[in-house]
Design a protein around this ligand. Structure first.
Ligand SMILES: *Cc1c(COP(=O)(O)O)cnc(C)c1O
Length: 377
C-alpha cells in the first residue's frame, strides 16, 4: 500500500479548521459594505503594529508593493543605487528597479544564505541611497553588522521581511529592526492571506505618513496629489481574515520550529552529505526548510526521488538575481557572487507548513536518508 502523498504545501488543513470564524469575518465585511481600507484594515494594522512592536503598520496590496512603497517613501529614484542580496525572491530587486534606481547585488553568507555584510559594504558607492536586507526563509539577516555599516554611512536599511512575520532578532521582531519593514501575506508566507496582501512598518511618523499617501495615489486629501503614488491599498476582506489568523500565528510558528527540530534530528544523525538550516538561530521562523546538497549534481535526482514517493519539494531559488535575463546587463558577471551562485545549484526546500504531522516529517526525512544510504533494513 502506497502511503498518501505529502504535498509541498497545503493551506486547506489550517484554513478548514477555522472555517466558521473565517466565514463570520467574511459576513461582517459584507454587512459593512466597506471593501477597501476602512475600519477592518485599521484594526488589522493596529494588531500588527502591536504584535511586531512598531509605531506604524500600513496595509498594502502585496509584499512587492510594500517594497515599492517603502523605497518610494524613502525617496529612492532614478540615479540611485540600492544594495540587495543576489539570492532572494525576484521582487526584492524588481521593486528597486521599478523606482528607477539600480539594484546592486551583494553576495550572501554560506551558512544562513542571508546578506553578507562584508559583500554589502563593498557594494556601497557614492550613489547608494538605501540597503534592502532580506530575512531569507524566515531567519533574520545579520542586522547588527548590517546596521552598523549602514549607520556609519547614513544609509537607511529596509527589511524585506516577506518570509519572516514573527521572526526575532535580539529580542525584537523582524520589521522593527531597520528604518522600514516590508511583509507579504501571500498564501505560503508565515501569516498567509486569502489572496495578495502586504504590510509596511516603520517607527518614523514622517515615513508612515508618506507611505499612507503613496498607497492611495499620493493623495493626502482626496483629489489633491502632493506625491505620485499608486493603487497599493489593502482590501478589507483580506484584513478581516488575516486579523482572525493573527492570534494563531504563535502556535503556527512553534509548529514550524518543531518540524525543523525533528528534521535536524533525523537528517543530522545520519551524517549525510547535506547542510541543514538554522543551527543556532533562535528567532528563525522556518517559513521554508531549505537543505543544501554538498554535491549539487544530486539535487535534481533527490527531488525526483522524493516526487516518486509522493513528497513535494521546491527549489528556492534556481538562479541568483544578477544572472536573471532582465538584470544580467547590470552585473556583476557569473562567478562574481560565488555563494549565491552555488546556493542556486544546491538548495532544496522540504515541506514545513505548521499542519504537517510528525509522522509526515519522519516520512520525508526517512525518504531523504534512503536516497543516500538505501532503504533502512
Ligand atoms: C514573497 C516575497 C516577496 C513578495 O511578496 P508578494 O506578496 O508575493 O508580492 C518579496 N520578497 C520576498 C523575499 C518574498 O519571499
Amino acid at each position: 500500500m502506497t502511503p498518501p502523498p505529502i504535498p509541498f504545501f497545503d493551506r486547506t488543513r489550517g484554513d478548514l479548521a477555522m472555517q466558521d470564524e473565517l466565514v463570520a469575518a467574511f459576513q461582517e465585511v459584507v454587512r459593512s459594505g466597506q471593501y477597501i481600507l476602512g475600519p477592518e484594515v485599521e484594526a488589522f494594522e493596529a494588531a500588527c503594529a502591536a504584535y511586531l512592536g512598531v509605531r506604524h503598520a500600513i496595509g498594502v496590496s502585496s509584499g512587492t508593493d510594500a517594497l515599492l512603497v517603502a523605497l518610494m517613501a524613502l525617496g529612492v529614484g532614478a540615479g540611485d543605487e540600492v544594495v540587495c542580496p543576489a539570492y532572494t525572491f525576484f521582487a526584492t530587486a524588481g521593486a528597486i528597479h521599478r523606482t528607477g534606481a539600480r539594484p546592486v547585488f551583494a553576495d550572501v553568507l554560506p551558512g544562513s544564505l542571508n546578506l553578507d555584510p562584508a559583500s554589502m559594504a563593498r557594494a556601497i558607492t557614492a550613489r547608494t541611497r538605501a540597503i534592502v536586507a532580506v530575512h531569507l526563509f524566515g531567519d533574520c539577516a545579520p542586522m547588527d553588522e548590517i546596521l552598523a555599516i549602514a549607520d556609519a554611512r547614513g544609509l537607511p536599511v529596509i527589511e524585506d521581511a516577506a518570509q519572516a512575520f514573527g521572526a526575532e532578532h535580539a529580542g525584537r521582531r523582524a520589521g522593527a529592526l531597520g528604518r522600514m519593514g516590508c511583509f507579504s501575506f501571500f498564501p505560503t508566507k508565515n501569516l498567509g492571506g486569502f489572496g495578495d496582501g502586504g504590510l509596511v512598518t516603520t517607527d518614523r511618523d514622517d515615513l508612515a505618513e508618506r507611505a499612507r499617501a503613496l498607497r492611495a495615489q499620493g493623495a493626502r486629501r482626496k483629489h489633491h496629489h502632493t506625491l505620485v503614488g499608486g493603487n497599493f491599498r489593502l482590501d478589507a476582506l483580506q484584513a478581516a481574515l488575516l486579523r482572525r489568523k493573527l492570534p494563531r500565528l504563535g502556535a503556527c510558528l512553534a509548529q514550524r520550529r518543531r518540524h525543523a527540530e525533528q528534521y535536524a534530528a533525523l537528517l543530522g544523525r545520519a551524517e549525510l552529505p547535506l547542510s541543514l538550516p538554522g543551527a543556532g538561530s533562535a528567532g528563525h521562523t522556518f517559513n521554508q526548510y531549505v537543505i543544501r546538497l554538498k554535491d549539487a549534481s544530486l539535487r535534481d535526482p533527490l527531488r525526483s526521488f522524493l516526487a516518486a514517493r509522493g513528497i513535494g519539494t521546491e527549489v528556492y531559488y534556481p538562479a541568483p538575481l544578477h544572472l536573471q535575463p532582465c538584470f544580467a546587463s547590470l552585473g556583476p558577471p557569473a562567478g562574481a557572487l560565488p555563494v549565491a551562485e552555488a546556493a542556486a545549484r544546491e538548495t532544496l526546500a522540504l515541506p514545513i507548513y505548521p499542519e504537517l504531522t510528525s509522522e509526515e516529517v519522519t516520512r520525508v526525512a526517512d525518504a531523504v536518508v534512503s536516497f543516500f544510504v538505501g532503504p533502512r533494513g
